[in-house]
Design a protein around this ligand. Structure first.
Ligand code: CMP
Length: 142
């Protein structure tokens, strides 16, 4: 089915100046960017986005990192978009990420792992709504 997923290019990858290289991977995999914005997240925004991880030991470091510089946030649409994006990203820990994935190529550590992508249909909807209003999302038929 055609799905939408929320993608974030994290501060480490923005600082490495590889937004375009990562966008090229999305496009080559058949995903369409149907909304995008650059944001420097506030602590409140980052904490809200990662609220499900609030009790995890890495929460504070994760939030500190996510507000350390600008991020690029986008909605990707396409057939099976959630899994396609997860395959492009590779494992959360870049040391375990398959060769040729975004995290293997651009990330250094599990904390600074270049990209985020929604992990399922429900979270995708919640995460897209967290950053984008319906008017900010373009319906692209082609
Ligand atoms: P992300 O997909 O953005 O979702 C939560 C983030 O927490 C994750 O990517 C990692 O960057 C970070 N993180 C740090 N330590 C861990 C861990 N042990 N397990 C999962 N995520 C972690």
């Amino acid at each position: 089915a055609i799905e939408r997923t929320l993608s974030i290019i994290k501060p480490d990858a923005v600082a490495k100046n590889v937004i375009g290289e990562i966008y090229a991977r999305f496009e080559k995999a058949g995903l369409r960017i149907i909304a995008a914005k650059m944001l420097h997240l506030s602590r409140e925004q980052a904490e809200g986005f990662y609220a499900v991880h609030q009790q995890r030991p890495f929460f504070k470091d994760l939030v500190d990192f996510m507000i350390s510089g600008p991020v690029m946030v986008q909605v990707l649409e396409g057939e099976n978009a959630i899994q396609v994006n997860r395959d492009l990203m590779g494992a959360t820990d870049p040391r375990k990420a398959a060769l040729g994935t975004i995290r293997a190529d651009f990330a250094n550590t599990v904390d600074e792992n270049a990209v985020h992508g929604s992990d399922g249909l429900e979270t995708a909807k919640t995460e897209v709504d967290y950053f984008f209003s319906t008017q900010e999302i373009c319906n692209r038929t082609r």
